[in-house]
Ligand binder design. Sequence first.
Ligand code: NAP
Length: 487
Amino acid sequence: MSDLEEQVIAQVEKKLFIGGTWKDAASGATFGVEDPSTREELCRVADANDVDGLAALATAHRTQPSWAQVAPRERGEILRRSYDLLMEHQEELGTLMTLEMGKPLAEAKGEIAYAAEFFRWFSEEAVRVEGSFATAPNGEARFLLMKQPVGPSLFITPWNFPMAMGTRKIGPAIAAGCTMILKPAQQTPLSALALAGILNEAGLPEGVLSVLPTTNAGGLTEPLLRDGRIRKLSFTGSTTVGKKLLEQSAEHVLRTSMELGGNAPFVVFDDADLEAAVDGAMLAKMRNIGEACTAANRIYVQSGIAEEFAEKLSDRMGALRMGRGLDEGVDVGPLIDEKARDKVQTLVDDAVGRGARVLVGGSPGDGAGHFYRPTVLTDVPQQADMYDTEIFGPVAPVTPFETEAEVIELANNTEYGLVSYLYTQDLNRAFRVSEALEAGMVGLNQGVVSNPAAPFGGVKHSGMGREGGKVGIEEFLETKYVGIGGL
Ligand code: NAP
């Protein structure tokens, strides 16, 4: 590790953040955090268990009433200061993220900016929470509608966007006046701990936020969900775990936001700007090494241009430089772990076994890290396992199609519905197909949809609720109706 890397690791608190204080785990246990590009242990952090979880819950529950009374402007100012601090420390925080997660430094710094933007956006939303007043249709009563914080919230986040998946929940919760507990992914606790440090420095009152890394996710979170004092669960992760958490949330009828898996179709019509479509496919596929819920998982290209598209995409994918994310000029980092890399290889082998052709890549990279070569497959049959499964790696399967009706059916033929991408220059087709796609988001002639000012979320098994945009804060607000009579 370089001096800067060692310094960045040394600066992060490795303890649990409970109610404004850094604490060892109740059990005294710690666990190791690994660099996925070398498999070396970077450091050890405190390992929370249910005792720590319940301590954090007691703090969140105790602090909720006073936090709800803090002026919206003050809550907004805390977020705004946190935005400034995140941007001030973008380089170190990006380095820290690359160390624990593997993505190239430029992308990690990009995520810090994206993550910070949720704080800026919700600092502005904090002072725009509005209720309403109306006269009943028969004129005999008045309706006063007020918005109130939903209450103590539990957040569970994945490793692929270690900072942004946290700020996307913490931002609106602070703006709305909710207290919260964040359980980050086991593989990437350092970004979340650094974030706790920043919010603390920005003046977040004690007890509003706790951050609990753990090696026993279910053992920590299930008692919290079954306790009755948590009122809201916001989860980002796999559909399988999401369904389990929905069952647990049913016991106390919790408000839930579920940001789950995806299986995005990327559709290119023959009237599209081909170069723009290839650019878009590179972004939609390769952002975050392909480890994104929004990753293009099935690329459908109209038959007249399918071959040319696949060749251009292969040239671009083949030119990418793979390596440790902190090394100069690296475009593609390692996958998160061995299991992830084995899964990608199994999916590629299955597709090839069913007749797909490998245009570039198709095998693991060299070295100790979990590298996989950027890969383009063509003529991937519909029956291939990768068309039903999130690949979560740098593999782009391309399949030709003939008609608009056919591709809409193909695109929607999945249990998921997070995002779809569509490239066409025909205006009528653009609207028609956007309407027909079963997805919470559509990228029309663009390969990235994520934007803190827009509502992010899916339909079907991709989840429910929206993060970001004007509706993002609603996930943390209840509507209370006061019926006023006797006028
Ligand atoms: P995951 O296995 O579901 O893990 C996500 C989080 O849930 C982690 O913090 C994990 O802890 C925790 N967890 C696992 N089992 C749990 C249990 N029984 N009870 C409580 N918590 C539990 O997902 P992942 O592999 O980390 O992340 C990739 C998935 O996230 C993909 O499906 C991707 O599409 C999805 N994702 C969705 C969005 C979106 O906005 N829709 C954004 C990003 C990612 P541990 O780390 O300890 O396992």
